[in-house]
Design a protein around this ligand. Sequence first.
Ligand code: FES
Ligand SMILES: [Fe+2]
Length: 357
Amino acid sequence: MESASLKNSQPHIRKLGINRNHWYVVARSTEVKNQPVGVILWNQAIVLFRDSSGTVCALENRCPHRQVKLSHGCVIGDIIQCQYHGWQFKSSGECVGVPYLGKNQKLPTCKIRSYPVKELDGFIWLFPGKQALADTNPPLGVPEWDHLNYIATVSTINCNAHYSYLIENLMDMYHGHLHQNWQAWANPELQDINENNNRVDAHYQAQSYYRIDKIWSISQLFFPALRRLHPEPLDVSYIYPHWVSTLGKDFKIYCLLCPVSETATRAYLVHFTSLNAFWRLHKLPVWFRKFIKNSLFGSAQKLLDGLVRQDVLMIEEEQQAYLHNPELRNYELNRALVSVQRLMRRQAELDKAIKNN
Ligand code: FES
Ligand SMILES: [Fe+2]
């Protein structure tokens, strides 16, 4: 896909860095409880914990005393305590206590890095870039998360591959071939692409069996014999660094990214089924609608996990093939992927430009 001249002057797409000046998703809200949790975002080890008010805090996952991980420690009120010698740190990263400090000794002035972090729409969003830019670029958010008309299912993706493989998989709807009976769409045709410095929107015309207009139509998910194809628009967007897709009116999927390293990517695939078509439902009391939303949470789990397993297998194999023989050239027919790679490059360059300022 890449021309020879580009190849020499630019890093290979599978070696590309990220633009750290965006909000990434590092965990689900439910993953951060009373104990500290260690995560890795683009080679940076970070510890997440909740203070006494339940607010999530994020620090470098490193005790400055002897460089062990703070995530082995525990939380006491608003501070995190290292497991080894018990040094204590507040959420700004300053050391505020050493259990064996002598009367005439001063607290060490060591400070570890703290990160801007937000809990929003069921996920923990973290900004690993230049702190001054955190407010200029708000997190993508998932507005359907708390909306009473949307039923959510979340599948976690852990793949040993560069993030570009995952994004390309998600933007290339011609890979429905892989999913056979699990696929939600058929016969996609790329119609047009819009792109700018922050996003690529690819519009496909496809066919789908998904139409949630009667309560029994949910059963199409489980019984292929009940499926009837009809035309539906299929829109996929790479809104750097995340991905969003809509299929007709009834389905929306997000993929929220946490690139771990050059060869590892974690992501959360969040699938929403809309109940918008059931207007009678909207007249019911809010408590009952909440009950329905909560009871149906995860109803597409098996389907989503199955799709993820199939995709991850392919993505990891692509990565292995690249590591084994980086000279092998791919043949690409989908022009959306050219736009996607262009955006990744542009964003990686922006990161460098900001860093050098
Ligand atoms: S290594 Fe953390 S307190 Fe000593
Ligand atoms: Fe897929």
